[in-house]
Write a protein that binds this ligand. Sequence first.
Ligand code: ADP
Ligand code: MG
Length: 246
Amino acid sequence: MIELSHIEKRFGDNLVLKDISVTLAEGTVTALVGPSGGGKSTLLRCINLLEIPTSGSIRLGDEALDFQPGRKTGWQAIQRLRRQTGMVFQNFQLFPHQTALGNVMEGLVTVLKWPADKARARAMELLEKVGMAHKADAWPATLSGGQQQRVAIARALAPSPRVLLCDEPTSALDPELAEEVVEVLSRLAREGTTMVMATHDLRLASRVADKVVFLDGGVIVESGAPKTIFSTPERERTKKFIASLS
Ligand code: ADP
Ligand code: MG
């Protein structure tokens, strides 16, 4: 379970997350939707501490951290929490000088200090899961965007994180390639992978998410089941946003 309580994030004078409190149950998928600049990426980056919240607290499994303005968060605590998360980015960010297999093995070998054999076996298992085992020895530049993103998903899952965070995982892809990524993500969802994803893709959100959180101006405007949020939103801001997409 992930619990965010009263999270605020400030960049200088700009308060980009305002009193965000939300609980994400284990084994569920949460989609963060809302206009550009609403704070979706920042919220994801706060969950894995790529950004340190200005205040509030995060509980992720057995790890709990409190944040206060002006108080530095210990590096070890950051690492412990970060290791419970895996992150998938819009533009894949594979290591260009490593094969698909090398990309998935990398963190296991360098961070977790697994022996190469064990890491290779685990990486192959993950590549199999995302339908990329046949491209294990391929270089990222020779793969399509959809294939690269599937390798990135395998890489993020390799250390068995408690939660997979995805920031616009299909936004850089043509519809057809997006579809193969959506299929992988929905299979992971059915298997009980806990996920939080920021997305503009309402099709992805309605297929995969158990819960939709609509974020605008750094606040949670409303949240609920995808069907409810997409077909009968309560708030004017949500209605406008949904209408603008269709
Ligand atoms: P979204 O992902 O919903 O489009 P973001 O989280 O990227 O929204 O951005 C929310 C706000 O935070 C924007 O106003 C953006 O300019 C600001 N912001 C994001 N990252 C930084 C940063 N590193 N430094 C300063 N401002 C930032
Ligand atoms: Mg974003």
